[in-house]
Design a protein around this ligand. Structure first.
Ligand code: ADP
Length: 641
């Protein structure tokens, strides 16, 4: 029986929420009731409702959309997502019922604050999204949600749906689609989203089906449903896969391709790069981290002493012209930069050339090509040894005779190979500028070989010991290194991936002091008890948090503890932590809450961050996201405390 404040009541099938770690899909019939306040569902049937099984307050709803995926056992499915990542999949009895529920719920929730702009049109199953194959459950959706679609799109959507209806229902009026805000304000609908990108690096295809990229040329993206490899069309109409991190979307400001523009560079990295180059007027333009949407010019000035200055590019509200100093305004940013390259115009120094490092090397692609992670040994040429570690020797190598890689040959019996091979496929999908890219694994023959990005300056610990003095003349490169590791770890934390063995020896250094986290998660596959057991002689006790020492409880918070120790390694230029203590004393000291002392060259502001990572209670330690913000907030004045 419908009561008067019930908007709609239907008997539909619900898929379980899959809240547990392991959850097998399960389907139940429920009576769904929509009111102005909530969506509730009950046991029983339409004539006799049973026990209330669940309810979702409408203001908590973030997505209401149809599911477009043949994977579910029934058609006519729609989804309601709410809270952090709970997805309710509901199967209506026919298209009309599905349409009505979606429209009514979208209408009821259209003013919700937390509506997501994008959603997943597939389902979360077996650890990935079926629509875009992303492996992070929290990854942003791959399709525009109703709150973002133009009225034309929405109307098209429902007329297609109308055409699918049985004839006798065709002209029945469906509830009107929700009206997006911009239409109410009489603004023109946005143009259809054909994404045009510009190649920022050259890319030579390594597999059939890939498309060559020429730096500076434009490409139209025809499919961006996968995160790392997009389908693109070049000017000649040839289509193929490209690595998505080799292109950037063309912006209205038209800066992509300018030698001085680097989109995602942090203030720390910019300062470190300019200081490393050490040239008067060396500059770059970056997106401001502090005020998103604003561009910052960062420039090095050598007199009276070396300083790095940051200037926001402002826009005059009257004529939309850009300026650094109000007296000199320009219609475009390249014109503004060109002017200040020839005239100081109020800046500490005239802008000269950008740092050479900006024109440097292309980043690693995610795997060698779309879906390729299995590598044949015939594609590899092995060269000089780079080092050796827990699993065996690491050599410099060439993939297909042209691309430098590092090849780790696993000593037989050193790792649990089958489990690792299973995991490696997921690990190749992890991609971040501060993670050493795992390209793939060669596992058809033994010994197994792991192929990763090559980092020309070896591990961070040795690098600090040999190059540290040069770096430490100024403290910003040290802060920049910590910041880079923190960014890589923040990505792992976001992807719910625990490193378990973070330390300077497990980070690698590339050209221009780029630091990347390596060997993430590998310790799970080591077969040596001396390494895996906290009482073993090879266990990294000095990097272990109290809960790891006591209960082997690893988490992102135990990674945070290890990150604090790594910061200490950086600021002591590669010293071994607790230099005069044996392992028993270290355990005693750590479990009694006594910490490492502040290294001599470590600013107090940095030591305050380190100390937070060594809170005994893991829940009181900050997240990598929080640490990243704190490190970004450290200003040049803090170095001089
Ligand atoms: P394991 O994990 O088996 O202990 P590592 O990964 O630590 O081995 O490798 C041993 C050494 O080889 C490192 O300390 C580093 O100097 C060198 N190395 C490892 N991987 C690379 C790489 N991708 N690029 C350059 N050098 C590397």
């Amino acid at each position: 029986m419908e009561s008067k404040d019930e908007i709609k009541v239907s008997l539909m099938t619900k898929r379980n929420l899959g809240k547990g770690k392991i959850s097998i899909p399960d389907y139940k019939d429920r009576v769904f009731v929509l009111t102005k306040e909530k969506l509730s569902y009950y046991e029983g049937n339409l004539s006799k409702r049973g026990k209330l099984k669940g309810e979702i307050p409408l203001p908590a709803v973030k997505v209401i959309e149809k599911v477009d995926d043949g994977l579910l056992p029934k058609d006519n499915c729609f989804q309601v997502c709410y809270e952090d990542s709970l997805n309710l999949y509901i199967m209506a009895s026919d298209t009309r019922e599905q349409e009505e529920w979606v429209s009514l719920m979208q209408e009821a929730c259209k003013n919700n604050k937390g509506l997501l702009p994008m959603f997943h049109c597939g389902i979360w199953q077996s650890g990935q999204w079926s629509c875009c194959r992303q492996v992070d459950k929290m990854a942003p959706g791959c399709k525009q949600a109703f709150s973002q679609r133009s009225p034309a799109d929405t109307q098209n959507g429902s007329s297609t749906a109308q055409n699918q209806l049985p004839d006798k229902l065709k002209n029945r009026r469906l509830p009107p689609p929700p009206v997006p805000d911009h239409a109410k304000r009489q603004l023109p609908a946005p143009p259809p989203a054909a994404k045009v990108v510009v190649a920022v690096y050259e890319y030579e295809p390594s597999q059939p089906g890939d498309l060559q990229l020429k730096k500076g040329e434009e490409y139209t993206i025809t499919d961006d449903s996968r995160t790392h490899w997009w389908k693109a069309l070049n000017r000649e109409g040839v289509q193929g896969f490209i690595p998505s991190n080799y292109v950037q979307e063309k912006t209205e400001k038209g800066l992509i391709g300018e030698g001085w523009y680097c989109k995602d560079m942090s203030r720390q990295r910019a300062e470190a790069l300019l200081k490393q180059e050490d040239r008067e007027g060396c500059f770059l333009v970056r997106d401001s981290t502090a005020s998103p949407g604003t561009l910052t010019v960062t420039v090095l000035c050598k007199t009276p002493q070396t300083t790095v200055r940051h200037y926001h590019i402002k826009q005059n509200p009257r004529d939309s012209k850009y300026f650094l100093s109000e007296k000199y305004t320009f219609p475009t940013i390249p014109e503004l930069i060109n002017y200040h390259q020839h005239n100081g115009g109020g800046l500490v120094t005239r802008l000269r050339l950008p740092p050479a490092a900006l024109t440097g090397y292309a980043p690693a692609t995610l795997g060698f090509s779309q879906d390729k992670w299995e590598i044949s040994s015939t594609e590899l040429t092995l060269m000089k040894p780079l080092g050796s570690g827990q699993f065996g020797v690491v050599r410099l190598g060439k993939f297909q005779g042209r691309m430098l890689v590092a090849v780790k040959t696993m000593r037989e019996g050193s790792m649990c190979e089958d489990d690792f091979i299973q995991e490696a496929k997921t690990m190749t999908k992890l991609q971040h500028p501060n993670l050493v890219q795992l390209y793939g694994v060669c596992f058809k023959e033994r010994p197994i070989q792991i192929v990763t990005e090559y980092m020309c300056n070896g591990n961070l610990s040795s690098y600090l010991r040999t190059k540290g003095r040069e770096l430490a003349e100024d403290r910003s490169p040290l802060i920049d290194m910590c910041h880079q590791v923190c960014c890589g770890m923040e990505y792992l934390e976001r992807n719910k991936f625990i490193h378990r063995d973070l330390a300077a020896r497990n980070c690698l250094v590339g050209e221009h002091n780029i630091v990347k986290v390596s060997d993430f998660g590998l310790s799970r596959y080591v077969l040596d008890d001396e390494y895996t057991s906290s009482t073993g002689s090879k266990f990294p006790i000095k990097w272990a948090s109290p809960e790891v020492l006591e209960f082997s409880r690893f988490s992102s918070k135990s990674d945070i503890w290890a990150f604090g120790i790594l910061m200490w390694e950086v600021f002591t230029l590669g010293k071994t932590p607790y230099p005069n203590l044996n392992t028993t004393d270290v355990v005693r000291q750590v479990t009694h809450g006594k910490h490492l002392d502040r290294p001599q060259r470590c600013p107090h502001a940095v030591y305050r961050i380190m100390k937070q990572t060594w809170e005994k209670d893991p829940m009181r330690r900050p997240s990598f996201k929080e640490l990243q913000v704190q490190i970004e907030d450290i200003q040049e004045k803090d170095y001089c405390e």
